[in-house]
Design a protein around this ligand. Structure first.
Ligand SMILES: [Zn+2]
Length: 280
């Protein structure tokens, strides 16, 4: 949000001096100063638990959904016992459930895994049309200036096709790859909505899902889920470059005792991407 505020000459001189010395644009310096003043973190990704723990079947509550909102107004995750897909958008939490319904979560709900940020766009771009998810991610690649930072992507517009899945509540301890193999999937045609996404660097694969991870929420908040495939036109793409990472680890007995030494990235890739159903 642009803000026009008169400031004193001495403040202006100090800002210009700091900008010259650090190479930081004045707008960044002011945003940083305000974020310190009000204790609102900027460009920080806040993550609860690790993808490795999720792969191992650690699905119990690590934090509450309301706690999550202290750390961001935008993001994605899942709920206790993998009960649906979480979408955090404009400071509200939505649960895309396996029965196809989307609930606005206002009461406390537990989450075993989530990533959120206070979304502040560094870039505002557009995509005229894209015929596949792969094409959209290729375009998003152009808006990343590094492979070594995290990026939040917000994509709004008209989707000619959306293919999602939504996790069904499962037993604690059932490995994610097995749980993901039997999930209901949904197809939507000609729907307005938002893709809420994160790009995570390869080096973070021990903690997170490396690469792109998007959840969808329709404009009328009735459709959603973990994105498997999509196409769209007249899309607005906003990008938030995240250079700060905060990891909150669960202290549950199951997390403390879990063997998290195994590389979970293969199981995770299987669970997160489009694949043939094994059991259903
Ligand atoms: Zn997901």
């Amino acid at each position: 949000m642009p803000l026009l505020v008169p400031i004193s000459k001495s403040l202006q001189t100090a800002l210009e001096k700091l900008s010259r010395e650090t190479g930081e644009p004045i707008t960044h310096l002011i945003s940083n100063a305000l974020s310190h003043c009000f204790d609102v973190p900027q460009h920080t990704l806040f993550q609860v638990s690790t993808s490795g723990a999720l792969v191992q079947g650690i699905y119990k509550r690590a934090v509450s959904s309301s706690f999550l909102l202290n750390y961001g107004d935008f993001g994605l995750g899942t709920f206790e016992n993998l009960d649906g897909e979480m979408v955090v958008l404009d400071g509200a939490i939505y649960q895309a459930r396996s029965d196809g319904k989307v609930l606005n979560i206002t009461d406390d709900a537990g989450t075993p895994f989530a990533v959120v940020t206070h979304f502040t766009a560094d870039q505002d771009q557009s995509i005229v049309s894209a015929s596949s998810f792969a094409e959209i991610t290729k375009i998003c690649d152009r808006y990343r200036d590094s492979d070594n930072l995290f990026y939040a992507f917000r994509i709004d517009g008209h989707f000619t096709h959306i293919h999602t899945r939504a996790m069904k509540a499962t037993l604690d301890g059932l490995p994610l790859a097995k749980a993901a193999a039997i999930q209901p999937e949904f197809e939507f045609v000609d729907v307005d909505g938002t893709l809420v996404g994160l790009w995570a660097p390869q080096f973070s694969s021990a903690l997170n899902i490396a690469g792109y991870h998007f959840h969808f929420l329709s404009e009328d908040r009735t459709k959603g889920g973990h994105l498997l495939e999509c196409s769209g036109k007249n899309l607005r793409v906003r990008v938030d470059r995240l250079n700060d990472f905060h990891l909150s680890l669960p202290e549950s007995e199951e997390f403390l005792r879990a063997d998290l030494t195994k590389d979970a990235s293969e199981d995770l890739a299987y669970a997160e991407q489009l694949h043939k159903k094994e059991n259903a």
